[in-house]
Design a protein around this ligand. Structure first.
Ligand code: ZN
Length: 189
């Protein structure tokens, strides 16, 4: 018998029971004798099996090849950028997936270093190429792909697209990126 507990909603980290009372099931885990939720969703307990679980409202959305994603750049090296995918086909994700943009592969064109294309903290628009080695491989080749939102590396001000460059509204610092055609903040002049 599964009790719906009047559709009680819990979020990740919420205490939903103790280990003497329940066995943690889907969406639940034990930490120092307490059972915590690992998901946002509805709490369910099974009184016969003594289990407690959290059911998500929505199915987990997994990026697939050809999907358009937005991602935050986490770190960069000469040859690749590690990103956290935050949306798939304009649907915001509950949990992030890791992605990789590589130079010298089909994901980037003839750019020598990815550091000249993106910076940590930038939001980029990419297409999903595929998944292997526990990471999504992303394509940033093509005018529609690249940075859509970036902050000034000197002062943190929002960078505004001005021609082929980005200019800080606060300190007038000019920065280069691989700018997507639909960069979010465009200057008037
Ligand atoms: Zn600035």
């Amino acid at each position: 018998m599964v009790e719906k507990l009047k559709r009680k909603i819990v979020v990740p980290g919420d205490k939903i029971g103790v280990i003497e009372e329940y066995i943690p099931h889907d969406g639940a885990y034990e930490h120092n004798g307490e059972i915590l939720s690992s998901l946002a969703g509805f709490l369910e307990e099974d009184l016969e099996k003594h289990t407690v679980s959290v059911k998500t409202v929505r199915r987990i959305l997994l990026p697939k090849p050809g999907d358009i994603v937005y991602a935050v750049v986490v770190s960069t090296s000469e040859k690749n950028a590690l990103v956290a995918i935050i949306s798939v086909n304009n649907k915001l994700l509950n949990n992030c997936f890791s992605g990789l943009i590589q130079v010298g592969s089909s994901s980037m064109y003839s750019m020598k270093s990815i550091r000249s294309a993106v910076k940590p903290g930038d939001i980029v628009k990419c297409e999903v190429l595929g998944y292997n080695n526990y990471i999504y491989h992303l394509k940033m080749y093509g005018s529609e792909f690249g940075v859509v939102y970036a902050l000034c590396t000197k002062c943190g001000g929002v960078l505004v697209k001005s021609g082929k460059e980005l200019k800080c509204q606060i300190c007038n610092n000019v920065e280069k990126r691989k700018i997507a055609s639909d960069y979010s903040v465009v200057g008037l002049g």
